[in-house]
Design a protein around this ligand. Structure first.
Ligand code: HPA
Ligand code: ZN
Length: 351
């Protein structure tokens, strides 16, 4: 026997796949920054700002994270966000996410924020946006991670409120690249916001919208036709309409899929039932994202590993396609997208 330790046994194909998923460079395109607010940070910010909480401990709060649908989650998510009050709070929130994302080898993030959740409580728009933007600049400098912001309208509120939100944010226009649409989907179809998305387009902003998470394929059609969005967030219900799938595939219209979110919010009964393999097999530009990682049990790599573990149709080729799609679907420059794709190719060649 040699004196030195024997080399580790060859990794199983599963371990090798996990390593590839974790090490490959990737973009995250569907992350609500308020959904990255971990219970520990909720308690720290509540203490810093003197905000009373309905739960006695981090454990008790985490135990409340059992959801039956989107609305049951949103009620807890909006309550958690009430501890965010100052520019420093928004910086600290985004910085915690960005450090976590960099550890997952996220090289580019397009981050949603919900200004109305804060401005309706009296928090100044400038505190929200400048705090988040400061963390994004810091991520570029200290982590080499490029981060951009997308301002989301809450669809359960009026179009008039969305217009007022966009106008209030315009003095800070340089800090965000697009607009999105989130919150309660059922009963709030995309066309409710047609005019405000048209105005955003005039301002040179990108447009994305949540559609086909709980809502029907018709909401995806409406997001395309009436809002003229460039990506569909979630979109998993598109498979109910073969004509829509054909349209999405022909246009390479990206879908920002969030597997753990879909299981936690009961869009699918289990991860084994998720339609991510079918979306990819249909030729769609699907990507994997974390949505609200503090609430749904994991960040981007946790989502990848959970999906690949539960779905035997997902392997090395699908891992590559998902990361490549994430760059293709991003609003980064062609030069950045090409550079990251070359890094992706190198990561696969090395494994
Ligand atoms: N859907 C709609 N609104 C949201 C979500 C979501 O998954 N997460 C945070 N706001
Ligand atoms: Zn979302």
């Amino acid at each position: 026997m040699p004196a030195t330790a024997a080399p580790a046994a060859d990794p199983t194909p599963r371990a090798a796949l996990h390593r590839l998923l974790r090490r490959m460079p990737k973009a995250e395109l569907h992350i609500h920054i308020e959904g990255s607010l971990e219970p520990e940070l909720i308690f720290a910010l509540a203490a810093r700002n003197g905000v009373p909480l309905a739960y006695p401990s981090v454990q008790a709060l985490r135990a409340a994270y059992a959801f039956s649908d989107l609305q049951s989650f949103l009620d807890i998510y909006y309550a958690g966000a009430s501890v965010l009050q100052t520019e420093a709070d928004f910086h600290d929130l985004a910085w915690a996410y960005l450090e976590r994302a960099a550890a997952d080898r996220v090289v580019h993030a397009e981050i949603f924020f919900d200004p109305q959740t804060h401005t309706d409580r009296g928090v100044p728009m400038a505190a929200v946006i400048t705090g988040l933007a400061r963390a994004c600049r810091r991520a570029e400098a200290e982590l080499g991670l490029s981060a951009r912001l997308i301002l989301c309208f809450l669809r359960h509120l009026s179009e008039e409120a969305a217009f007022a939100t966009l106008e209030a944010a315009l003095p800070l226009r340089e800090h965000f690249i697009g607009v999105g649409l989130d919150s309660s989907e059922r009963g709030h179809p995309p066309e409710k916001f047609e005019r405000v998305f048209a105005r955003a387009r005039e301002l040179g902003l990108h447009g994305v919208a949540h559609a086909g998470e709980e809502g029907p394929p018709a909401y995806i059609e409406s997001a395309l036709d009436r809002l003229q969005v460039e990506r569909i967030d979630h979109g998993v219900r598109c498979l109910e309409s073969p004509a829509l799938v054909q349209r999405l595939a022909a246009r390479r219209m990206p879908l920002t899929v969030c597997p753990l979110s879909n299981v936690k919010l009961c869009v699918f009964g289990s991860m084994a039932e998720h339609n991510l393999p079918a979306l990819l097999a249909a030729g769609l530009c699907a990507t994997v994202n974390s949505d609200d990682p503090a609430y749904f049990g994991g960040y981007l790599n946790d989502n990848l590993v959970a999906a690949f573990d539960a779905l035997p149709q997902l392997g090395r080729d699908q891992a590559y396609a998902l990361a490549k799609n994430s760059f293709e679907a991003s609003f980064a420059t062609a030069a950045d997208r090409a550079r990251w794709t070359a890094q992706l190719d190198a990561a696969f060649a090395a494994e």
